[in-house]
Design a protein around this ligand. Structure first.
Ligand SMILES: Cc1cc2nc3c(=O)[nH]c(=O)nc-3n(C[C@H](O)[C@H](O)[C@H](O)COP(=O)(O)OP(=O)(O)OC[C@H]3O[C@@H](n4cnc5c(N)ncnc54)[C@H](O)[C@@H]3O)c2cc1C
Length: 478
């Protein structure tokens, strides 16, 4: 294995010297490169693939933004940075980075304007009924758990999923526009350049990188800084097994080939801290269409474990991390609908008792869960998990069915949330919290805003917002 850190004295020939070297051209890398170039410094972007895009170009394109953006206002929704902050602080997992969240919420309105200024179009129409990318080209959706328990009591809800104007999957459009903006900026792009090492002075300063280009190494000097924007590590089996053994069980890995943790490992080799490496976004998209939120999710003990109207990213985390990936969505004949995403029916029964037997649940468990649920549902109530009344109705019409939501036999979509520890200016920190001079990072290569309890759009929002900040601070370093 080649060393991930090289001493500058080993470099016989620098092939090129620039001010800022950005490694990886996804959404975070594009944002970093644009801001560095616009600050007037010589900027080069290395991309291991034949062109930019990364996972960002495969994505739904949803950006989690708010605080009263022009799009929210045009669609008739009231929001404020404070309400957005309260929601994100409550929903983004245990101990999210408060300083980053604060800046993100305060800067969100201006960041939306910046995204629009890069040529990304948004149609000023709200789409009701999906949790994430809509089937139309409408611009605003709910993309988290803002409207439901317990968050609607903590912060005034507002839809914050900002979707570029392309039906179904807007990530390709977002990246076409961002890469085009980079191409027409002063920044240069070097495709087919895989960064394999950082160059670091013995005193800790990162002064360049080594890239492999068709089997040959090129040494690139970076006078002001190197910015790692290489994505997460969902496609690195070893890292997943070490940090997230439960996630190894998820069949659908949400990430391009480049999400192999290379940037995180380069940073660690240079002395960086990596945090929240056990955090993942786990989507269990079984309540799309929303009518299926009227079903109940039960575990291997036949017990409910969450309000089913929560965002499906929350359902997945609760099912996998807290219930061992044993879950079924139980519906009756009235509530039954085909889920939008493929999902098998695990069992059907003429009565709750028969369904329970078919699912091999403990005798009486599902029966009593349904009896309790139905007793309160008669009055539109859910005193146990506080599901919204619009999704609460008794499940009494046979036959009863259960959608398979077990991890091994159904669709769980997973990607990693942890990574390099960075400050709000994108400076990569060591385990003592000290910046490693000359080393910056953004996007999924870092531990981002959400460290659990994901809302859709936080990756692209976080990556572009803090990518821009990293680009500016690297450019400003003398
Ligand atoms: C199907 C799907 C839907 C999604 N929907 C959404 C959504 O709607 N909203 C949202 O916020 N998130 C969504 N996500 C998640 C989101 O797309 C990613 O988390 C996000 O794009 C990460 O951005 P990034 O810039 O950090 O990394 P990437 O976009 O992955 O970019 C990293 C780039 O670095 C390159 N690279 C990697 N290693 C090296 C190296 N050593 N040298 C040089 N180059 C390197 C890669 O080739 C890649 O081009 C979705 C993901 C998928 C797959």
């Amino acid at each position: 294995m080649t060393a991930r850190v090289r001493d500058p004295r080993e470099i016989r020939h620098w092939h090129e010297a620039v001010d800022v070297l950005v490694v990886g051209l996804g959404a975070a890398g594009a944002a970093a490169a644009l801001e560095a170039a616009r600050a007037g410094v010589d900027t080069l972007v290395l991309e291991r693939a034949g062109g930019g895009g990364g996972t960002s170009a495969m994505s739904g394109g949803v950006l989690y933004l708010g605080g009263g953006t022009a799009l929210q206002k045009a669609c008739g929704f009231d929001d404020s940075p404070e309400e957005m902050f309260k929601y994100l602080m409550a929903s983004c997992g245990e101990s999210p980075d408060e300083a980053k969240l604060r800046l993100y919420c305060e800067g969100s309105v201006a960041h939306y304007e910046w995204v629009v200024a890069q040529g990304v179009p948004f149609k000023e129409v709200y789409y009701h009924g999906v949790s994430g990318e809509p089937p139309t080209d409408d611009g605003l959706v709910w993309s988290g758990s803002e409207r439901v328990h317990p968050f609607h009591q903590i912060a005034r809800p507002a839809p914050r999923g900002h979707v570029p104007q392309l039906p179904n999957q807007a990530g390709p459009l977002l990246m076409r526009k961002l890469v085009a903006a980079v191409e027409s900026s002063a920044a240069r792009i070097a495709a087919n350049h895989r960064c394999v090492a950082l160059v670091q002075e013995p005193d800790g300063r990162v002064v360049g990188a080594v890239a492999e280009v068709f089997g040959e190494e090129r040494a690139l000097r970076a006078r002001r800084g190197v910015i790692l924007t290489t994505g997460g590590f969902i496609n690195n089996e070893e890292m997943i097994a070490a940090h997230q053994p439960l996630v190894s069980r998820c069949s659908f890995r949400v990430g391009a080939e480049g999400d192999d943790g290379s940037g995180i490992r380069l940073g660690i080799a240079a002395g960086a801290d990596a945090i929240h490496m056990d955090a993942s976004s786990i989507s269990l998209p079984v309540t799309q269409p929303w009518g299926l939120k009227r079903g109940i999710l039960v575990n291997a003990q036949g017990q409910r474990f969450i309000n089913e109207d929560a965002y499906y990213g929350r359902l997945g985390e609760a099912a996998l991390f807290h219930n061992g990936g044993h879950a079924w969505l139980v519906v009756d004949d009235e509530v039954f609908e085909r889920p939008d995403y493929p999902r098998d029916i695990a069992a059907v029964g003429g009565s709750p008792a028969e369904l329970e037997r078919e699912l091999a649940l403990p005798p009486g468990s599902l029966e009593s869960t349904l009896a309790l649920y139905n007793r309160h549902a008669e009055r539109g109530d859910d005193p146990v998990f506080h599901k919204l009344p619009e999704y609460v109705r008794p499940l009494v019409a046979p036959p009863f069915g259960a959608f398979d939501c077990t991890t091994e036999r159904s669709l769980y979509a997973a990607f990693t949330l942890g990574g390099l520890r960075s400050d709000p200016d994108g400076r990569v920190l060591d385990p003592d919290g000290q910046p490693i001079p000359g080393l910056f990072a953004a996007g999924r290569a870092t531990s981002g805003l959400s460290v659990g309890g994901y809302s859709s759009g936080l990756s692209l929002g976080d990556g572009t917002f803090f990518g821009r900040r990293a680009g500016r601070s690297a450019a400003a370093r003398s």
